[in-house]
Ligand binder design. Structure first.
Ligand code: GDP
Ligand code: GDP
Length: 437
């Protein structure tokens, strides 16, 4: 299921990131306070009246030292290409500027739905300022105040009314969707070719629902797969497409649509910050994850410690991904390439694991005997009942007397017990505490 994408476009300082933060609000992280899970706030999940969508703050994608107009044009093009609805934001205190007019022209020509937001309308008297903005030809201007949180409801109602009808990727639910992430030249394309193999059954390169995404479907041993957004792995040309944040954005969108994320690392060059950020996002999005260390052939003078050392480095850098298996291989020589798809199958299966309720409850009660629940101010956490409410990733709701008593460390313990008991390698696990006496 692809969520609609909303992009916010506007000159610097009109209040884009203020509004972005308001829309995105408090996000529920699966794991809090874990180093390495910080993300760039350019792409995040929003929700309005039970409808989820993705928001892009195009202002967060720095386009270098280009003049304002070039930057604005690049941002508008990015929004046109990547989103379903555009919020065009202007400053109600400054009136219409040349840059606003230029952007309006571009957006108008794109035929994308655009909602005009006039920000910094902090009180009722200032509503007068709105009239001027009709002349942009972008329809009714919505007066909002990012700093006071005014007018956002009406704005989002309007944005929502332009969402496309529920889109579906139209892949069979049994199809495993794979996203490959990693810096340029780690060997993502080579890995895709390696997976397709000699006896490949490529249906065709078909356009994914996300604009400009090219997916590559294939089958192997009666299992259908699709590599999500193969086009996004290629090198591209436009000003904004060469920015680092754009490639991050592209990777995040692919992760949204994937079941299994292959975090491709390079045996020669190690791990970079961006790998950590994107992997953190995949973790938060609840995707199954496999580390693929490619170019193992290029590591010369290997001894029995080389693999162990690299593995230790991965575990140190990706503290929150202890559950993700690591596969060392070479797409070039095909060394251990034959293990990749079986591993993908396995983590995909674990990602949709269902545990019968009675088995789950027996196991948790045993765990509680082994390590009694924590107490706080004389009150002890009591777990009454546990049930699995979702798969992809497996999500468990713990009905407890006081959810605040479920401390992070105890939750960790429970997760570890779940992992020790059930086949959960490669998949995150969500634990939710609900009050019920
Ligand atoms: P961006 O560059 O478009 O992302 O703009 P920011 O969100 O960083 O905001 C630029 C400045 O405008 C900041 O100092 C904000 O505090 C201020 N600002 C944002 N929204 C409002 C608003 O609704 N009213 C007023 N008066 N100031 C605002
Ligand atoms: P991408 O940018 O991540 O898609 O990377 P490519 O698949 O285009 O590979 C980049 C370069 O690395 C190419 O020159 C490949 O031939 C080379 N390469 C890919 N996999 C391997 C490998 O396993 N070993 C070696 N030595 N080179 C590889």
């Amino acid at each position: 299921m692809t969520k609609p994408v909303v992009a916010i476009v506007g000159r610097p300082n009109v209040g884009k990131s203020t509004i972005f933060n308001r829309i995105v609000g408090e996000r529920i992280a699966i794991v809090e306070d874990i180093p390495g899970v910080t993300r760039d706030r350019i792409y995040s999940k929003g929700e309005w009246l039970d409808t989820e969508f993705q928001v892009i703050d195009t202002g967060g994608i720095e386009i270098g030292d280009e003049p304002l107009l070039v930057q604005m044009r690049a941002q508008a093009e990015l929004a046109i290409k990547e989103s379903d609805v555009i919020i065009f934001m202007v400053n109600g205190r400054e009136g219409i500027t040349n840059a606003d007019q230029e952007v309006a022209k571009l957006l108008f020509r794109s035929k994308k739905p655009v909602v005009l937001a006039v920000n910094k309308i902090d009180n009722v008297e200032m509503q007068q300022q709105l009239y001027e903005f009709y002349s942009l030809g972008m329809g009714e201007p919505f007066g909002i105040s990012g700093s006071h949180g005014l007018g956002l409801g009406d704005l989002l109602d309007e944005v929502k009314s332009h969402f496309p009808d529920e889109e579906d990727d139209s892949y069979d639910p049994d199809t495993i969707r794979i996203a490959l992430i990693g810096r340029p030249n780690v060997g993502k394309s080579s890995l895709v070719n390696g997976m397709l193999g000699e006896d490949r059954v490529i249906v065709s390169d078909i356009a994914g629902t996300t604009r400009d995404a090219i997916d590559t479907p294939f089958s192997k041993d009666d299992q259908d797969y699709v590599v999500i957004d193969t086009a996004g792995m290629r090198k591209r040309g436009k000003v904004y497409e060469s920015t680092e944040k754009y490639s991050v954005l592209r990777a995040l969108k692919a992760i949204e649509r994937a079941d299994v994320v292959l975090v491709v690392l390079n045996a020669e060059e190690g791990i970079i910050e961006q790998d950590k950020k994107i992997a953190g996002y995949a973790h938060e999005a609840g995707r199954a994850i496999v580390f693929v260390v490619n170019k193992w052939d290029a590591v010369l003078d290997k001894d029995d410690k080389t693999m162990q050392n690299f593995e230790r480095k991965i575990r140190e850098e990706f503290l929150f991904l202890t559950y993700a298996p690591i596969l060392f291989l070479s797409a070039l020589t095909r060394q251990r390439m034959q293990h990749l798809l079986p591993l993908v199958n396995k983590v995909a299966e674990n990602h949709t694991l269902r545990v019968p309720t009675h088995v789950l409850n027996d196991m948790i009660m045993d765990a509680v005997v082994m390590n009694p629940t924590p107490t706080d101010k004389g009150k002890r956490l009591k777990i009454n009942y546990v049930t699995q409410v979702a798969v992809g990733p497996p999500t468990f709701v713990f009905f407890v007397n006081e959810p605040e008593l479920m401390h992070f460390s105890y939750q960790r313990f429970l997760e570890n017990r779940l992992r020790a008991t059930f086949e959960l390698e490669g998949t995150p696990v969500k634990i939710i505490s609900r009050k019920k006496n």
